[in-house]
Design a protein around this ligand. Sequence first.
Ligand SMILES: NC(=O)c1ccc[n+]([C@@H]2O[C@H](COP(=O)([O-])OP(=O)(O)OC[C@H]3O[C@@H](n4cnc5c(N)ncnc54)[C@H](OP(=O)(O)O)[C@@H]3O)[C@@H](O)[C@H]2O)c1
Length: 333
Amino acid sequence: MTTNHSQPGSPAHDDPTLLTTPFGSHASAGEVIDGVDLTGRRAVVTGGASGIGAETVRALAAAGAEVTVATRRPESAEPLVREFAATGGAGLVRTEALDLSDLTSVAAFTRAWRGPLDILVANAGIMALPTRTLTAGGWEAQLATNYLGHFALATGLHPALRDAGSARIVVVSSGAHQEVPFDFEDPHFERRPYDPWVAYGQSKTADVLFAAGVRRWAADGITANALNPGYILTRLQRHLDDDTMRAFGVMDDAGNLEPLPYYKTPEQGAATSVLLAASPLLKGVTGRYFEDNQEARTVRGDDDRPGGVGAHALDPEAANRLWEYGTEALGGA
Ligand SMILES: NC(=O)c1ccc[n+]([C@@H]2O[C@H](COP(=O)([O-])OP(=O)(O)OC[C@H]3O[C@@H](n4cnc5c(N)ncnc54)[C@H](OP(=O)(O)O)[C@@H]3O)[C@@H](O)[C@H]2O)c1
C-alpha cells in the first residue's frame, strides 16, 4: 500500500453540522490566533523542536504562553528557547527531555510536571519506517511513538490537565489514517506482513480514536480534537527513499526537493494545531477531526473525494476499545 498523496480537498461546507472557521487552508499559525492572549497559560508541545511542532511552539509562545518543548534531544530546542528569552515578552519557551518510545522517559516527564497544564499538543511522530522496528518494550515503533507514548503522556498528565479547568488536548494525526482501521488482533504486526504505510496509517487512526476517547474526561473540562496538518516538507520524510519522493512529485532528477503547489510551509502546517489549541472558536468543542482549519467531513462507503476523516477513526466503540487496549498495554489501571 502507498499513502494517498493526492491533493487535499476543501472541507464540505454544505454540511451544517460541521464547524467552520474564517481561515483558509493556507492561513498561518500566527493568523489563526491573532489577538488571542495566552498570558498565564502553559502548554506542552511534543516534538516541538522541528517542523510544524516548532511553528506551533512559536505561535503559542508569541501569544504569551509558557511553552515546554518535549523532545528526546533537548539541545535541539535551544534555538527556540533563546529566541523567546531574547524577546523579553510574556511568552517563554523551555525544554524537557521526553522519548515517547520509552515509557520510563514518559513517566519521568509526567512525574516531574508541576502545576496545571492548559494545552497538550501531541505532535511528535515518525513515518513509514522501512522495516518493522520494535521498541525496547516490544511495540511496533510507529504505534509506540505516535500513539502509545502520547496516550501514556496524556494519562500521566491527566491531573495537571484537570487542574487547568478547561484544558485542551490536540492530537496531530494525518490523512494517512483514512484507509487503515486499527487492528486490535495484531497491532504490532506479529502475524501479518509489515507494511510501512499501514503501520503509519494505523498509528494515525489510533491518534484520532484517542482524541475521541478523551470524551470520558469531559467532566474535568478537558477537550480533545485531532487534525491533519496537510502536506509539508519536513524531517518526517527522512525514512522515504528518493524513488518514493520522486513518485510523490517533490524531488527532481538531481535530487532537489521542491514542494508541490498545494503543499504548506511549516508555519501554515501548524495552523490547524494552533487553532485547536487556542482559538476561542474551538471553546468546548471535543472529539472532532479537522483539516485546513475546518472540521472535516466523515468519509463513508464510496466517497472518493480527497480529504475527510474515516468513519472508523471516530467510531465511539472503537475509541472505547482502544482506550482499554492502551490502558492494558501500559500495564493496567
Ligand atoms: N509533514 C507532513 O506532511 C505531515 C503530514 C501529516 C501529518 N504529519 C504529522 O505532523 C507531526 C509533526 O511532523 P513534522 O512534519 O513536523 O516532522 P518532524 O519535523 O520530523 O517532527 C516530528 C518530531 O517528532 C519528534 N519525535 C520523533 N520520535 C520521537 C520520540 N520517540 N520521542 C519524542 N519525540 C519524537 C522528532 O524529534 P527528533 O528531531 O528527535 O527526531 C521531531 O521533532 C507528526 O505527528 C506527523 O505524523 C505531518
